[in-house]
Design a protein around this ligand. Structure first.
Ligand SMILES: *Cc1c(COP(=O)(O)O)cnc(C)c1O
Length: 481
């Protein structure tokens, strides 16, 4: 190989011949990383994107571009990126990552191992199996429980439903027998990934039967019973019931205990989507909100949300891990068996997969259960401050009573006609971003535009919330005059 056509730092040379150049380059990058993250509050929580003219670099060049110039370009990209670390970035379930997740991803990228098989990731495959077993125990799923990491909650939900379906219809090899119509039940407020899963599984989105919710966005048990009876009467074959612990718009928790009983009574698979709320298992004070989750056959949980592990990091756990092996596993002839250690690529939809486990393991070790518990307490305190401020203003209304650290609300000033309210709330959102350095998202909920705050950032303060409401009052007063 004639290396002279390549830049000297093209690879970290395994013979050490460019070690100094690499070290210099990485030190520069680390300085830039620390600078951008340590000055996150000086940028908008949601900066203006780069103009389209700025993307002249989007061409694929024939010759190597200078690394120093590239880093200048990357710096501009970072400055215009979504600024999740900002304490005013409270619009979505994205927040500041733990320091050790950042470190882990840098190291993992350099090693370039592959979670496909034990051979290709001998340390991290074992670590994943060991750590997920512990987490499954924390959720109370019992001695036979374990899980796998996947790239996001959508894949976790898909994988759980595939196992539920294959188990109910023995369909791993032969698919669904002709004339059968598998269906499952899930909240109308559940995450869209259930419709996607249903479609991907060949059942069609209508096989995800939506259950009505009460004022607080929790599944209405009577409607669940009615729809279950109706599906059976219509000749459909129900195979699963899904509870959500932390809905995406309002952070609501379904009646997990009762739903678990119904699932058991009808011999249906019970899945709990705790992608968001699963973190409460780490909280001494709030863990009881997840009561009943220990009855689940499978649980989705995203440490990339409330455990502050850098994306992606999500898992699906099974009460009987053996069911995943039996109803999902497809053996790969190019992989060896390693005694008790499964080749994880045989057990997941994904093949090649990033070793997300290092970020998770390091975060759990470095923050500790007490650390997470304290952060969650703080999040709840800030949420109470926020909720009280909404309730103190007659022109504001809550979408539902917060059960976690999400507050979904909107302004309904009586002087405005109902058809103007969506625009008015959109205007308020923009005002808060420009003037109040706070980003709230604007979800559609029950057919209207609402403002959503996800109070995840440990650096968000009560003072900041009080200032935010001063800006809300200011906008309200200005619109009246
Ligand atoms: C975030 C979320 C998901 C989807 O997770 P992704 O990682 O975005 O795929 C599913 N369910 C719930 C309740 C969620 O909050």
């Amino acid at each position: 190989m004639d290396f002279s056509v390549l830049p000297t730092t093209a690879f970290i040379r395994p013979d050490g011949k460019n070690q100094d150049a690499i070290a210099t380059l990485l030190h520069q990058v680390i300085d830039q990383l620390v600078e951008i993250m340590a000055q996150a509050t000086e940028r908008s929580p949601l900066p203006e994107p780069l103009m389209s003219d700025d993307y002249v670099w989007a061409t694929v060049p024939h010759t190597s571009a200078d690394i120093a110039a590239l880093l200048v370009e990357v710096k501009a990209q970072l400055h215009h990126s979504m600024n999740a670390a900002h304490p005013g970035y409270i619009g979505h379930m994205d927040s500041i990552p733990t320091t050790v997740s950042v470190i882990a991803d840098l190291l993992i990228a350099a090693l370039n191992n592959n979670m496909l098989s034990v051979e290709m990731s001998p340390v991290f495959s074992r670590l994943e199996t060991l750590v997920l077993k512990q987490i499954a125990q924390l959720f109370g799923l019992g001695p036979q429980a374990n899980g796998v990491l996947v790239s996001g909650g959508s894949l976790a939900n898909l994988q759980a439903l595939i196992v539920a379906r294959n188990q109910a219809f023995n369909s791993l090899e032969h698919g669904i027998p002709a004339g059968q119509h598998p269906v499952f039940f899930v909240s109308e407020a559940a995450h869209t990934s259930f419709k996607k899963a249903s479609m991907v599984m060949g059942l069609g989105t209508e096989a995800a039967i939506p259950i009505a919710t009460n004022q607080n966005s929790q599944i209405d048990i009577d409607d669940l019973k009615t729809k279950l009876a109706r599906a059976k009467a219509d000749g459909q074959q129900p195979f699963a019931i899904v509870a959500t612990a932390g809905t995406t718009v309002t952070g609501s928790i379904d009646p997990i205990v009762e739903m678990g009983h119904i699932a058991k009574l009808h011999q249906l698979w019970f899945h709990v989507d705790a992608a968001y709320g699963g973190a409460l298992i780490f909280s001494d004070r709030y863990r009881s909100q997840l009561a009943g989750i220990e009855q689940a056959d499978s649980v989705t949980f995203n440490p990339q949300k409330w455990l502050y592990v850098a994306k992606t990091c999500a898992m699906v756990m099974f009460r009987q891990f053996e069911q995943l092996q039996q109803h999902f596993r497809v053996l790969a002839p190019y992989m060896h068996d390693h005694d008790d250690w499964p080749n994880l690529g045989e057990l997941t939809v994904q093949g090649t997969r990033h070793p997300d486990i290092l970020k998770l393991w390091l975060s759990l070790q470095h923050i500790g259960r007490d650390g997470y518990s304290a952060i969650i307490d703080h999040n709840y305190e800030i949420t109470q401050t926020f909720t009280a401020a909404v309730k103190a203003r007659p022109f504001l209304t809550l979408a539902s009573e917060p059960q976690m650290n999400l507050v979904c609300f909107r302004a309904q000033p009586p002087e405005l006609s109902p058809d103007k309210l969506d625009d008015w709330n959109h205007g308020l959102q923009q005002h808060l971003l420009q003037t109040g350095h706070t980003f709230l998202s604007l979800p559609v909920y029950r057919g209207q535009r609402w403002l959503k705050a996800v109070l995840l950032n440990p650096f968000t303060t009560a003072d900041q919330i009080h200032r935010l409401f001063t800006h809300i009052d200011g906008y309200h007063a200005a619109s009246k005059s």
